[in-house]
Design a protein around this ligand. Structure first.
Ligand code: PLP
Length: 460
């Protein structure tokens, strides 16, 4: 209960001190030990920079959790949102539609790999995955000619697909998922083709070995498997595990050979992160189902989309009495405000030729990552497009990890704040994932703040 005194203060503008205290008292932050939480209130943003309530500026080195694309307060995105507000903020897509949402679906089909023609809107990355899993499962129940039911999925070690129960069923980051195993289904897991893995120390397998493992798994289980689920090119939350070139193409060929669907999770890597609009374009792959979120709205509003083919859609058609409907949905799926900003984001990609601006930025980040990799307590470094991971290690020659309880990754990111950048760690891997709009000069400053943060956190 809030006290009367607090309520009366609440009528005026609360002070920063009040807000900091209320944040500690009332807000349960994601992936955060609240007993140790140190509040930081971000009040404003502009381009790749965020500002706290005291006016301190920070480069947004994690793109506000990997989703900001064109920068904060992009005038065109702000205007698109305001224009949609003048029409309607929300209507439902259960059985009716909205012009902005329809236009977005059409644009997504135009820019997505050829063959993905149907768009199912949800609210966030996890719900895009849930829709994909259920869609694939139900597809096999209804496909004609009839097939035996396929009741499982192949998933990749160290995969991250979100935190809802279905998503953790195909997730492979044990520290996020292991305790919930009794609540979800057991997927067939194959080792990640990426690496070296910062959690297990396992080196990356060769391309041939990774594809051989997948082939053997599909040969053994293919008839019971609805789909292979994977993040293409790089497993972001698994520790920025970069796959060997050719794995995605090979996985597409093998799933097609064994008659298993391919679900690609581009929640983290879609919308330019790897240098192309979608990561699967690098290897000319069209999945059967493509999951998008985060950058879909340029990081403005929650929205996700699960795209699929006419072949899968057709298996759901029939009269009501045939019970082939996809009985699945989320209240805010296709929300017009989110759709307006997503549509304008795609216009910006086109008009500002955003993808053409990326190669020099990716190269500049590569130079910094190589240099940061020479620091005494940085072990392996990995990069794919505009995402990079730097592993902090106690002993560089042997790659010996720090005791996890020391939270060196967390301390490096907190220290980087004092040097003007907001970063996010994955265990002891420091991740750099800035908005695509970041300038070369800002990349230099981001790297300098990262280096200073790492030095501070690994000094002894
Ligand atoms: C690859 C991938 N899939 C799914 C998700 C889950 O997305 P959300 O947090 O929007 O539910 C994430 C989130 O980081 C992700 O990186």
């Amino acid at each position: 209960m809030l006290s009367p005194e607090t309520l009366s203060r609440d009528r005026g503008a609360p002070s920063t001190d009040d807000l900091l205290r209320w944040d500690r008292e009332h807000v349960w932050h994601a992936f955060t030990q609240m007993q140790e939480y140190e509040p930081l209130l971000i009040e404003a943003g502009q381009g790749a920079t965020l500002f706290d309530t005291a006016g301190n500026a920070y480069l947004d080195g994690s793109a506000s959790m990997w989703c900001n694309v064109h920068g904060h307060r992009h005038p065109r995105l702000d205007a698109a949102l305001r224009a949609q507000l003048d029409q309607v903020a929300h209507t439902t897509n259960l059985g009716l539609s909205n012009p902005t949402t329809v236009a977005l679906a059409r644009r997504l089909v135009e820019v997505a790999p050829a063959g993905l023609e149907k768009v199912f809107f949800t609210g966030d990355g996890s719900s895009a995955i849930e829709a994909a899993l259920k869609m694939a499962f139900q597809y096999w129940l209804q496909v004609k000619p009839a097939e035996p039911p396929r009741t499982t999925f192949i998933a990749i070690g160290e995969a991250y697909h979100g935190d809802t129960l279905g998503a953790i069923g195909v997730g492979g980051v044990d520290r996020f998922t292991a305790m919930f195993a009794p609540l979800t289904f057991a997927a067939i897991r194959i080792a990640s083709p990426g690496g070296p893995c910062p959690h297990t120390g396992r080196p990356a397998p060769s391309l041939a070995a990774a594809l051989d493992t997948l082939d053997r798994t599909l040969t053994e289980h293919g008839g019971t498997v609805a789909a292979l689920v994977m993040e293409p090119l790089v497993q972001a939350a698994g520790g920025v595990l970069v796959h060997p070139p050719g794995f995605l193409r090979g996985a597409r060929e093998l799933t097609a050979k064994h008659g298993v669907l391919l679900i690609l999770d581009e929640v983290a890597v879609g919308f330019g992160r790897t240098g192309t609009l979608f990561a699967c374009e690098h290897e000319g792959v069209t999945p059967d189902i493509l999951c998008l979120a985060k950058g879909l709205t340029a990081g403005y509003l929650p929205m996700a989309a699960t795209l699929t083919t006419a072949a899968i859609w057709n298996a759901f058609l029939g009269s009501h009495a045939e019970r082939r409907t996809f009985f699945h949905g989320h209240t805010y799926g296709g929300n017009p405000l989110a759709a307006a900003v997503a549509l304008e984001s795609l216009n910006i990609f086109r008009d500002e030729r955003v993808l053409e601006t990326l190669p020099p930025k990716i190269e500049r980040l590569r130079e910094h990552v190589a240099r940061l990799g020479t620091l005494d307590h940085v072990g392996d470094v990995r990069q794919c497009g505009l995402v990079a991971g730097l592993d902090l290690v106690a002993d560089k020659p042997t790659r010996r990890a720090y005791p996890w309880q020391e939270q060196r990754g967390t301390h490096a990111c907190l220290a980087a704040r004092r040097h003007g950048a907001i970063l996010r760690q994955l265990g002891d891997t420091v991740v750099l994932m800035p908005p695509l709009c970041i300038t070369l000069d800002e990349i230099d400053r981001l790297a300098a703040a990262t280096e200073a943060g790492i030095r501070d956190a690994t000094r002894q």
